[in-house]
Ligand binder design. Sequence first.
Ligand SMILES: Cc1cc2nc3c(=O)[nH]c(=O)nc-3n(C[C@H](O)[C@H](O)[C@H](O)COP(=O)(O)OP(=O)(O)OC[C@H]3O[C@@H](n4cnc5c(N)ncnc54)[C@H](O)[C@@H]3O)c2cc1C
Length: 249
Amino acid sequence: MTDGPTAPRDVVVVGGGVAGLSAAVFTARRGLDTLVVDPGESILRRNAHLENFPGFPLGVNARQLLDLLGEQAENAGADRLDAQATRVAAVDADDARFAVTTDGDDRLRTRHVVAATKNEVGYLDGIDGVGILDRGKAYVDVDERGRTGVDGLYAAGRLAEKPHQAAVCAGHGAEVAVTLLEDDDAPFYHDWVAPEGYFTDRGREVPPGCEEIGEAERREREAASLEAARERFAEPHPDPQETHPSLEE
Ligand SMILES: Cc1cc2nc3c(=O)[nH]c(=O)nc-3n(C[C@H](O)[C@H](O)[C@H](O)COP(=O)(O)OP(=O)(O)OC[C@H]3O[C@@H](n4cnc5c(N)ncnc54)[C@H](O)[C@@H]3O)c2cc1C
């Protein structure tokens, strides 16, 4: 067994579907050392064409959306352990609060865990105080902000019994991340990019987590985003649409 890429982490996100990746965007943007572990099995990969996700008036290829979300998490500073075989095998209490063991025998230490694995809960067996709800499929019992019964351990998305829509689960991942930041005493966290002077011209400090940018910087960022969009959407996404395992030959 080896120590993980860097240890201890601030946050390990177990599951890099829409909920987990959205959570990682928020914790990483706030500067928390965040690692996403995912074997590439988001159920969204089975979607034929995603038409109810905000911001895409004619819909979007769901595999493309997952790629974009992963790229966004990385740009925010998150690391990803996403080799096909890498999944979390166990989470245990540890000096650093949690020890996360992968099936590749990495042992990652972390102060917080965000579980976002849809209906997979076996890796939580070793932790006392996590409520598992058996409703034919397994869910994790959480409060209204995604906290489990164990300090520092959160559940997001479908795993937290959120409705079965990508936008809802992505939004819940973001909310759980903000909850984690609040619990971690990150002061006044909004994560906004505001125009230059928005706060300071009114005699206010730029709040922690917020940023003011001037027009030149705004134009630069917009140009980069347009270039990225042109490139990412130049061709159909190469990955095949996946199907239900029971339908596979
Ligand atoms: C055929 C189909 C079509 C759909 N179409 C739509 C649609 O049009 N619009 C819509 O809004 N929703 C749609 N959905 C629903 C949508 O895909 C889900 O609601 C959404 O993906 C749930 O997000 P999540 O992050 O909670 O779970 P997921 O996206 O499934 O992510 C869970 C992640 O956990 C990872 N994981 C699992 N176990 C482990 C482990 N032990 N260690 C590490 N990682 C692990 C998986 O690899 C996966 O990436 C569709 C679903 C299906 C099946």
